[in-house]
Ligand binder design. Structure first.
Ligand code: TRP
Length: 438
């Protein structure tokens, strides 16, 4: 369970959620995102963990084993394979952003942000992302850190780290929120984040909200499935899923309240994109008492949170390589991490030499391959795999298996209703909305 929290809580909550909310108009996005977490995310989280615990293997092989048991098509494991590839792609750009966080530990610790203006912070950020060689060094370091832990296997150290990490992260976010209560434009931020305005919100916003519900809960690639396969038989899955979703959402909301009052106080654009976190918080750290220490600790915790998530992005592929190709764990990790590192170069250059813009769903994306890979994974692959897992869990798995895992009480019934009807319907609606059919 702690490993699942470690996987869920990461850059998605603190870096990605705020910039997506900002780029998609605020309140309406936040509301749809919260709905997606509750209606699609929690039932799917339960489904993934349940399939993993019953299958006891990597996602592909768990699905194969359960499909055989249910006398169903042997194509179901394909969902696991697509998820594995999605994980690799996500890790490739996740590591680049993890690298930004690493760079900011050093920058904050060196006192670079003392008394910084919003403009100064923006310049420092641009200086970093337009420098591919620097980014390469940080990206490489982040992948190496991830591989190092992955070689030693998930478990003991990870759980201890998460036990410390999550409360510490909440406290530091509260410190920034507290600072904003005095110095930021707090009410304006509340209004922006929580008063829905559906006038400028369409299918593309809904797809991003749905995609982000998958991303932030680590769903649709098998990460939660594989953690389920390590779970003891007696653990209460629904209660754990609820706890993971609540903690994850709490941290995202706090991140929003840490960032947006600064956005409005400094006249910044809420929709400025992936740099939002890195151009706002340093301004607060530069002005609060003890800000250098608070800021350094904050970015350190952000790195740690990204790290525990990155490990889970690697795990399904590594487990599959060990099970199917009979590779040693260390070789599997090396191979998977190398592939993610290589693909990461594409995202890394998206902010300088290979920069280009494109249109998707009526919205202009400015960050080239980085945005394209994000659309491909969060917008298409994760929800598609999620749809397959919902259909598999709701319609293919025999009831005696799911009831055996969840019990015959009201929770099991509610889950069954959600996973059979609500989840597929919600995902299909958003997909069809994008194609313009509805
Ligand atoms: N959930 C993590 C975050 O919010 C990222 C992540 C880890 C992830 N494992 C995943 C996203 C699997 C999608 C699928 O930072």
């Amino acid at each position: 369970m702690l490993a699942a929290v470690g996987s869920a809580v990461g850059l998605g909550n603190i870096w990605k959620f705020p910039y997506l909310a900002g780029a998609n108009g605020g309140g309406a996005f936040v509301l749809v995102y919260l709905l997606c977490v509750a209606v699609v995310g929690i039932p799917l989280l339960i489904a993934e963990v349940l399939i993993g615990r019953h299958g006891r293997l990597s996602p592909v092989n768990s699905l194969a084993r359960l499909a055989r048991k249910a006398h169903a098509s042997h194509l179901w494991p394909l969902a696991g394979a697509v998820g594995m590839v999605a994980g690799l792609i996500i890790l490739s750009f996740y590591s680049v952003i993890g690298g930004w966080a690493l760079a900011y530990v050093v920058r904050t610790a060196s006192g670079l942000f003392v008394d910084v203006t919003a403009e100064g912070a923006a310049n420092i950020f641009q200086g970093l992302i337009r420098d591919p060689e620097r980014l390469l060094a940080w990206h490489t370091l982040f992948i190496l850190m991830t591989a190092l832990v992955a070689v030693r296997g998930v478990r003991s150290g990870l759980e201890q780290a998460v036990r410390l990490l999550v409360p510490a992260l909440i406290i530091l976010l509260l410190v920034v929120v507290g600072y904003n209560l005095n110095s930021g434009h707090f009410m304006q931020a509340l209004d922006f984040l929580f008063r829905p305005d559906f006038d400028r919100f369409g299918a593309n916003g809904a797809l991003q909200a749905l995609g982000h519900a998958f991303f932030t809960l680590s769903l649709g690639m098998g990460a939660m499935l594989i953690y389920g396969s390590y779970l003891p038989a007696a653990a209460p899955i629904p209660r754990m899923a609820l706890a993971v979703a609540l903690l994850d959402t709490l941290i995202a909301m706090l991140a929003g309240l840490a960032i947006f009052p600064l956005v409005f106080a400094n006249d910044l654009a809420p929709g400025s994109g992936p740099g939002l976190l890195f151009t706002t918080l340093p301004v607060a750290f530069g002005h609060m008492p003890g800000g250098t220490y608070v800021g350094t600790l904050f970015f350190l915790l952000l790195v740690l949170a990204a790290w525990t998530s990155a490990i889970s992005l690697l795990e399904p592929l590594v487990a599959w390589l060990v099970e199917n190709l009979r590779l040693q764990r260390s070789r599997s990790v090396t191979l998977a991490a190398f592939l993610a590192w290589l693909l990461g170069l594409v995202s890394l250059l998206s902010f300088s030499r290979w920069a280009f813009s494109f249109r998707f769903g009526g919205q202009v994306r400015h960050n080239g391959w980085f945005d394209a890979l994000d659309v491909l994974t969060s917008g298409i692959m994760l929800p598609a795999v999620g749809l397959a897992i919902a259909l598999f869990g709701g319609w293919v798995l025999p009831r005696r298996i799911t009831a055996g895992e969840l019990g015959n009480g009201p929770v099991g019934h509610l889950w069954r209703l959600a996973i059979r009807y609500l989840v597929p319907l919600a995902i299909a609606t958003v997909f069809l909305g994008m194609t313009g059919v509805i």
